[in-house]
Design a protein around this ligand. Structure first.
Ligand code: ZN
Length: 376
């Protein structure tokens, strides 16, 4: 596979502020680590700057009123009803320059979509994007513009059918809602169950409406779900459905807040489980030879750069030495690319509950989508 990493240092030029969990530093460090491994000097690997985004691009998904509101809030205009557009100081605060920085993520998504449809690369990684919670007229969950939904709309306009797989620890609610009534986009989200957990949705009963029935698939997990159980469930749902759907493009959101040390999520994945998922997704992308990958959540500063470096290694066919390169470790401390430890053992009773919950959800999915999918 030829692979593109879509990046510019403008991506980390600003953000929600230093006390907010979504720190631009995560992106900077990922780029530094890949650069230290000389990942962009390898054959089949391309470092590509994002194209600027236009207002028309944003309107592929967002409403004109919302796009204008983001622009005005970004300029620091007072007397704007920020709350009406989803901007809350305690969660998704408006910040100066927001229109440009968040818009750049959409530009990156469309750059990736263009590269894969033109056949210049087979995999494009917009690691700074994956803002899967934003709605057409509402910011939500640290997400201002839904770069994923804009890119999928653009791909649909090219006449292509899209399978979207979201492995962020949070439900991909914004993308699901954007394509809830169509059978041209299959959305599959695996996440921590929305029981007292943001965004509170993503249950197996949410299956789509009208022609879209059966094309929104959700597999929630209880807290403390193990890597083994997660992987087993993933393999029972994602490969069989994506293969049957046979998309023209595979779009994935690769948030790494499923990691056992993440501060927001409570699932127990390590980098090894995470990369096993990315490798499965690569195999699925080999069908269409068009893979548009996004970053997403992930809040442990020393985990995110390692996980996304490993993910880009899978896309571009590179394996990196496990010891972190000196150019990186001198700045951020020594360590290994893969985790050297894992989560504490979980009580047997909890293990049993997490397993029963998965079985129940798989039964629900199979029973309710029997007329849409062949289940293996
Ligand atoms: Zn997340």
């Amino acid at each position: 596979m030829e692979a593109a990493f879509i990046c510019t240092d403008d991506l980390w030029a600003g953000g929600f502020g230093h006390t907010h969990p979504l720190k631009p530093e995560r992106l900077k460090r990922t780029y530094e680590l890949l650069t230290a491994y000389r990942a962009f000097d390898a054959p089949h690997s391309h470092l590509v700057a994002p194209d600027p985004v236009s207002r028309e691009d944003l309107l592929l998904f967002h409403t004109a009123e919302y796009v204008d509101a983001v622009a005005r809030l970004s300029r620091g205009e007072k007397n704007m009803p920020a709350l009406c557009y989803g901007f809350r100081p305690d969660e998704t605060p408006a910040f100066p320059g927001m229109y440009e920085i968040e818009g750049l993520k959409v530009g990156a998504a469309l750059t990736g979509a263009r590269l894969i449809t033109e056949g210049q690369v087979q995999a494009a990684f917009s690691f700074g994007g994956g803002m899967h919670h934003a709605r057409a007229a509402l910011a939500s969950g640290f997400c201002v513009f839904n770069d994923v939904a804009v890119a999928i709309h653009w791909l649909l306009r090219q006449g292509l059918r899209v399978a979207y797989v979201d492995i962020d620890v949070h439900h991909g609610d914004g993308v699901q809602a954007a394509f809830y009534d169509t059978d041209r986009v299959l959305t599959i989200s695996l996440h921590q169950a929305g029981i007292l957990f943001y965004p509170g949705t993503g249950f197996p009963e949410e299956l789509g409406t009208g022609a879209g029935y059966g094309y929104s698939i959700n597999l929630p997990f209880l807290i403390y779900t193990s890597e083994e159980l997660y992987l087993r469930a993933f393999r029972q749902v994602v490969p069989p459905l994506v293969r049957q759907f046979a998309p023209d493009v595979l779009v994935t959101q690769l948030g790494v807040d499923t990691h056992y040390r993440d501060s927001l999520g409570s699932l127990l994945l390590t980098t090894r489980g995470y990369i096993a998922l990315v490798e499965e997704l690569k195999m699925l992308a080999e069908g269409s030879r068009r893979w548009l990958a996004f970053g997403g959540g992930g809040y442990a500063a020393d985990v995110v750069p390692r996980a996304w470096t490993l993910a880009y290694g899978v896309m571009s066919g590179q394996t990196f030495p496990d010891e972190l390169p000196p150019a990186y470790s001198e700045r951020h401390g020594p360590g290994r690319l893969h985790d050297t430890a894992g989560p504490e053992p979980v009580e047997a009773g909890v293990v049993e509950k997490t397993r029963e919950y998965v079985e129940k959800n798989l039964d629900t999915l199979r029973a309710r989508t029997r007329d849409v999918w062949r289940w293996e």
